[in-house]
Design a protein around this ligand. Structure first.
Ligand SMILES: Nc1ncnc2c1ncn2[C@@H]1O[C@H](COP(=O)(O)OP(=O)(O)O)[C@@H](O)[C@H]1O
Ligand SMILES: O=P(O)(O)OC[C@H]1O[C@H](OP(=O)(O)OP(=O)(O)O)[C@H](O)[C@@H]1O
Length: 199
C-alpha cells in the first residue's frame, strides 16, 4: 500500500521547523519519514536541517530531476528530494515542510496528500520572527504581507478530525500553534492517528 504525503504548511514563523523537530522521534517510531529540503539559502542561515545550495546548483539539480516538488518564494528556491517517492511507494508516510502557494500543484502530483495548516496570530508571529532573528525586519514584514495574501482556507479543526471534506475530497486540517509547542505536538500526533482512519 502506498504511503501518504503529509504536507505541513503555514506562515514563516508559525513553527513548522520547531514542530517537525519536536514530533520527529515519535513519528519516526511509527515509520514516518522526514524529507530534508534543498534551499538556496546560505548554510549558516538555513536554521532547519536543510541542504543549502547556490542558485546554480539548484538549477542543475532541478534539471536532473532531483526534486519531487519544488517552488520559489521569499526570494528563495526550495526542493523536496525525489527519494520521497521511493518511501511512499514502499508504504511509508512522509512529512514535508511545504508551501501554501504550491499546495494545488502538490495536490495534482499527490492527490491523497494530507495538508496541515499551522496557524498563529499575526502579533505572535511577528514577535516570534523578530525573536528568531534570521530575517531582517523588512524581510519579516514581507513575510507577514505574504501571509495576509493567503485567504483563510476552509478546513477541519485539528481538534475535530482531518476528515475528507466534501465535495472535493481534499484533506486539510488546521493546527493552532499559538500555545505551547508540546500541545501542538500532541494534537499533531492525534490528528495523524485520526487521518489514518479516514484515509
Ligand atoms: N509553540 C511555540 N511557542 C513559542 N515559541 C515557538 C513555538 N513554536 C515555535 N516557536 C519559536 O518561533 C520561532 C519560529 O519558529 P520556526 O519553527 O522557525 O517557524 P517556521 O519554520 O514556521 O518558520 C522560533 O524561534 C521558534 O523557537
Ligand atoms: O507559500 P508559503 O506558505 O508562504 O511558503 C513559502 C516558503 O516559506 C516557508 O519557508 P521559509 O523560507 O520562510 O522558511 P521557514 O518556513 O523556516 O521560515 C515555507 O516553508 C515555504 O518554503
Amino acid at each position: 500500500m502506498q504511503g501518504r504525503l503529509i504536507y505541513l504548511m503555514g506562515p514563516s514563523g508559525s513553527g513548522k521547523d520547531s514542530l517537525l523537530q519536536a514530533a520527529r522521534a515519535p513519528l519516526e517510531a511509527h515509520g514516518c519519514r522526514f524529507a530534508r529540503r534543498v534551499i538556496t539559502r546560505s548554510a549558516e542561515s538555513v536554521g532547519e536541517d536543510a541542504l543549502g545550495v547556490t542558485p546554480d546548483e539548484f538549477e542543475r539539480l532541478q534539471g536532473e530531476g532531483a526534486f519531487a516538488l519544488s517552488w520559489r518564494a521569499n526570494g528563495l528556491a526550495y526542493g523536496i528530494p525525489r527519494e520521497i517517492d521511493d518511501w511512499l511507494s514502499a508504504g511509508q508516510d512522509v512529512l514535508i515542510n511545504g508551501s501554501r502557494g504550491h499546495l494545488e500543484v502538490a495536490r495534482q502530483r499527490y492527490p491523497d496528500l494530507l495538508a496541515i495548516l499551522l496557524q498563529v496570530d499575526e502579533a505572535v508571529l511577528r514577535q516570534r520572527l523578530l525573536a528568531r532573528g534570521r530575517e531582517t525586519p523588512e524581510q519579516i514584514e514581507q513575510r507577514l504581507a505574504r501571509s495576509r495574501s493567503f485567504t483563510p482556507m476552509g478546513g477541519a479543526s485539528a481538534a475535530t478530525v482531518a476528515a475528507k471534506a466534501p465535495p472535493t475530497g481534499e484533506c486539510l486540517a488546521i493546527l493552532d500553534n499559538s500555545g505551547p509547542l508540546q500541545h501542538t505536538v500532541s494534537r499533531l500526533l492525534h490528528l495523524l492517528d485520526e487521518a489514518r482512519q479516514c484515509a
